[in-house]
Design a protein around this ligand. Sequence first.
Ligand SMILES: Cc1cc2nc3c(=O)[nH]c(=O)nc-3n(C[C@H](O)[C@H](O)[C@H](O)COP(=O)(O)OP(=O)(O)OC[C@H]3O[C@@H](n4cnc5c(N)ncnc54)[C@H](O)[C@@H]3O)c2cc1C
Length: 451
Amino acid sequence: MLRVAVVGSGPSGVYTAQSLVQQTLVPDVRVHVLDRLPCPYGLVRYGVAPDHEKIKSLQNNLRTVLEDDRVCFVGNVEVGPGGVSPARLLELYHAIVYCVGAATDRHLGIPGEDLPGSRSATDFVSWYSAHPDAAGNGFTLGARSAVVIGVGNVAVDVTRILARGPGELRPTDVPQAPLDALGGSLVREVHMVGRRGPSQAKFTTKELRELGSLPAAQALVDPAELALDPAYTDPAALPAVNRRNVEVLRGWAGAAADDRDRRIRLRFFLRPAEILELDGRTAGVRFERTLPDGEGGVRGTGTYENIQAELVLRAVGYRGVPLTGLPFDATRGTVPHAAGRVLRNGEPSPGEYVAGWIKRGPTGVIGTNRPCAKETATSLLEDAPALLRRTPEADPVAALRSAGLRPVEWPGWLAIERAEAALGRSLGRGSVKIPDWQGLLSTALGSEAER
Ligand SMILES: Cc1cc2nc3c(=O)[nH]c(=O)nc-3n(C[C@H](O)[C@H](O)[C@H](O)COP(=O)(O)OP(=O)(O)OC[C@H]3O[C@@H](n4cnc5c(N)ncnc54)[C@H](O)[C@@H]3O)c2cc1C
């Protein structure tokens, strides 16, 4: 039997497990899907916006894989200091596939970035998604004006959540405290700002279009600013997504303000230069006007514009973090690999693999992780004859327990699901997430103790 540990239960981890068990090359494969959290599904649970129910429901597909007899979820096991090391994992399994995602966000590197009121979109997402690491690090939303820096899908997500009216998120699984804070939010203007032009924005058309159909907020753009982009005037040569984006923006250009009480202002060709301060807190952002440089980028013009805002969220990309004991390419924020085989000093490291964001960087949609995982699984299965020459220790979960870890297995996760459903019922809502480590672990481990 080939025993594999997949580290990370997000899409890439689960798709890797699926590829490993649904093949015929190696007849008997067992996969343990480890995660530092007691809950599976990675960013599908803790990143995908709560009002995107259809994408959230992908959890059901991932669940089918984790319920396969040949696959076992082992949560609350961190790989790294304080948990289990990569070297120790290699004593417990024939092969390890690291699918740990890209856990941190990129910084702007401008003065004032760390002022109170200037935060990362990651913090905001983790808060409304009830990531247990975000417990105690919430948002009060007393600002009237917010700036979101970035024009990718995460920027659109946080803009939309900020612009939703009271009650709109009630049917979702947002925990009660963020739901109350968002319901009482004073934010009325959300400026979503990109340093390049509308034809270069990274958001997808579906996400963009959604900003134009919110019940409580109107999306506005300035036609003069859009016209700074030559490809806005003539989008014929643009890739399809960018062309459709331009068409959506054209539809909004010049619309008169209506009676909805919130505004989303999409701004372009503005590069953040400084977070402005008043009384020790964020008071706005100073932007430098940019213009196309004729080579696909932008150049500064030396003219500046201030946008007043008491809340600033940067959404300028994610970044992988090094895992102690694994090689890391600090420039790309990924683990060096060849077709998913981890490279140490340029050579494949026997039994070590990567998939997902930590392999290829934080790009693409959930579905992009499927072929990525398949490539890695194929490499691993090709290596199986050599991997099977080693005999790992007999019972890895017992070994993790005797090392002092407290793994949460599938019944523990099911107990969390039941508790979240019960919490929702008690609040007159659907399932509502438990937002803190203590609540999650006492529910999961309590139920395992009862078995
Ligand atoms: C805010 C946000 C919203 C998004 N919305 C969408 C969307 O609507 N539609 C879409 O198609 N895509 C969306 N994406 C992209 C999508 O979520 C990613 O493509 C996908 O989650 C990447 O999968 P992954 O498995 O590589 O990483 P992740 O999903 O991040 O999973 C990594 C897992 O590894 C675990 N882990 C990390 N470190 C360790 C460790 N040391 N030990 C053990 N476990 C560890 C983590 O707890 C996590 O469960 C979104 C991304 C973000 C950030």
